[in-house]
Design a protein around this ligand. Structure first.
Ligand code: NOJ
Length: 535
């Protein structure tokens, strides 16, 4: 019997509920919509779903602006729908991970509304970061919001409150014990309703230091924190070491407390994964020390070039750093905050990278639609809803492209997603990317994902570490091939645009695109493709 906890090497399917499936024709996905598609989710071969927030929210930031963390927003259904989703998922042996947002609330949360009313110096204001203006009327410091513009907004009586994100997302003051008490209540609420784990939003951000000090280079820091701004890596790394509001020691005290809470549920094996963008990379391992959280996202593959040396470094570093704390890595190629991998590196390359990553030790995250090879949606500015777009006056287009609803069936947009008008338009060009059409195409991305996830479960999960076979550090003459062996499987990725010979032994079990030929006893891997060989 496999005694590993369920999450250890799980494949976790991220669902952005608003974009998954609309059950009531209002143009937005909802919880009953997710429940109705659990057969499909199960058929992919994944172990768990992670649901992006579905809590009561004015939806200024896709639900990451939570007005009541212990209720469901009517746009998504109600608490009974959440319960039913969890029950049905469990019947299919799928675990459910909820997304918890502890860095900030929505300005519509009752605490913030009470803080506005109660005025300066009140107990209510101490749950947030309220401060007086400087003598010249400027905000308490010069920090820039992650979504652009100042990190401070002034209220009627002249005080400012801190918001690292949108002005509708006031940051909570984690020095106030009431905040942790309330979050522990929320964690228990969802565990008691049946969830199996949590994805912790901005897990590195809860504790702030130097809230009344200016940063020496706020614009530089803001650029360094943004993945879409090109910057010399030494300069970026130096700036990232100066963030006063991320990755402070105090956050670990919080997760130690939470770990005790999770462990108090015994063999339910409640897990948590941290969204922690930290620098240097070794700091990420602190979140997964034995008495803290279970997983931490590795975001490197969201931006890594399709290049053998770059990918070798990402994989090697993540495996070896996690090993120092006896943890396994996580892998993600796409999520709701980043360009979809097929658009970022190309369709064939995205398949090749997925198959390469599915063989690795650790947990794999798949963002709904990634299995279909969806590109980013092409949107008009008038369609956009991301606060980043508005806070930068359109300077940054934002993340809506990755959030376009899923195409399910039929030949005409919105492809069965909704009987109404979808909240973001789905391009007619996605006709051949629907679930229905990919199911009947044996060469589709969907088939590749299903095959690969089944093989992963059968031959790779639980089979230990990898041994590199081909990389420029392991005697490869070119920067074209990257290959490792794990258990009985040899995984070979050809990153170049021409076919490449390799020495892999064994029988071909899956290839991401094209055909593997044999030549003079060697295997020939097609361009931009990954193959698995079973000994
Ligand atoms: C990270 C979430 O993934 C993102 O969508 C959100 O905008 C920010 N955190 C703020 O909550």
């Amino acid at each position: 019997m496999n005694s590993s906890p369920w999450w250890k090497e799980a494949t976790i399917y991220q669902i952005y509920p608003r974009s998954f499936f609309d059950s009531n024709g209002d143009g937005e996905g909802d919880l009953p919509g997710v429940t109705s598609k659990l057969d499909y989710v199960k058929s992919l071969g994944v172990d768990a779903i992670w649901l992006s927030p579905f809590y009561t929210s004015p939806n200024k930031d896709g639900g990451y602006d939570v007005a009541n963390p212990r209720d469901v927003d009517p746009r998504f259904g109600n608490l009974d729908d959440a319960k039913e989703l969890i029950t049905q998922a469990h019947k299919q042996d799928l675990r459910v991970i909820a997304d918890i947002v502890p860095n900030h609330f929505s300005d519509q949360h009752e605490w913030f509304q009470a803080a506005l009313k109660a005025g300066r110096g009140s107990r209510e204001r101490q749950r947030f970061h309220f401060y007086d203006a400087n003598e010249d009327g400027t905000p308490p410091n010069n920090w820039i919001s992650l979504f652009g513009g100042p990190s401070w907004t002034q209220v009627e009586d002249g005080q400012f409150y801190l918001h690292l994100f949108d002005s509708s997302q006031p940051d909570l003051n984690w020095d106030n014990p009431e905040v942790n008490e309330d979050f522990e209540k929320t964690l228990r609420f969802w565990i008691d309703l049946g969830v199996d784990g949590f994805r912790i939003d901005v897990a590195h951000g809860l504790v702030k230091e130097d809230v009344l000090k200016n940063h020496p280079d706020p614009q530089g820091l803001s650029n360094a924190l943004r993945l879409d701004v090109a910057m010399d890596s030494d300069e970026r790394n130096a700036l990232l070491l100066t963030v006063p509001y991320f990755d402070r020691q105090g956050v670990h005290e919080i997760y130690r407390k939470w770990r005790k809470l999770f462990d108090s549920y015994g063999d339910r094996n409640i897990m948590a994964v941290a969204e922690a963008w930290v620098h240097p990379p070794v700091n990420a391992t602190r979140y997964v020390r034995a008495d803290e959280l279970h997983q931490v996202f590795n975001f490197d593959l969201l931006t890594a070039e399709f290049d053998a040396d770059v990918l070798y470094d990402v994989v090697e570093q993540s495996i070896s750093l996690n090993a120092t704390v006896n943890a396994l890595p996580t892998w993600a190629l796409s999520n709701h905050d980043s360009p979809r991998v097929a658009s970022r590196i190309g369709d064939e390359q995205a398949r090749a990278l997925a198959l390469f990553v599915f063989g690795l030790p650790g947990s794999t995250y798949v963002f709904a639609g990634q299995e279909l090879g969806l590109p980013d949606g092409q949107l008009q500015d008038s369609d956009r809803q991301d606060p980043t777009f508005f806070r930068t006056n359109g300077g940054i287009k934002g993340r809506d492209g990755a959030r376009v609803p899923l195409p399910w069936s039929g030949n005409t947009s919105p492809f069965g997603f909704s009987t109404g008008k979808p909240w973001l338009p789905i391009s007619q060009s996605w006709k051949d990317l629907t679930v229905e059409s990919e199911l009947v195409d044996p060469k589709s991305s969907l088939h590749l994902y299903k095959n690969a996830l089944e093989l992963r479960k059968e031959f790779l999960v639980g089979s230990g570490g990898i041994t590199w076979l081909e990389s420029s550090q392991h005697g490869s003459k070119s920067n074209s091939l990257l290959s490792y062996a794990r258990g009985a499987v040899t995984v070979v990725m050809n990153l170049s645009d021409s076919a490449q010979e390799c020495e892999a032994n064994g029988k071909l079990v899956v290839v991401s695109s094209g055909t593997v030929d044999a030549r003079d006893g060697k295997k020939v891997i097609p361009p931009h493709s990954t193959a698995w060989f079973l000994a």
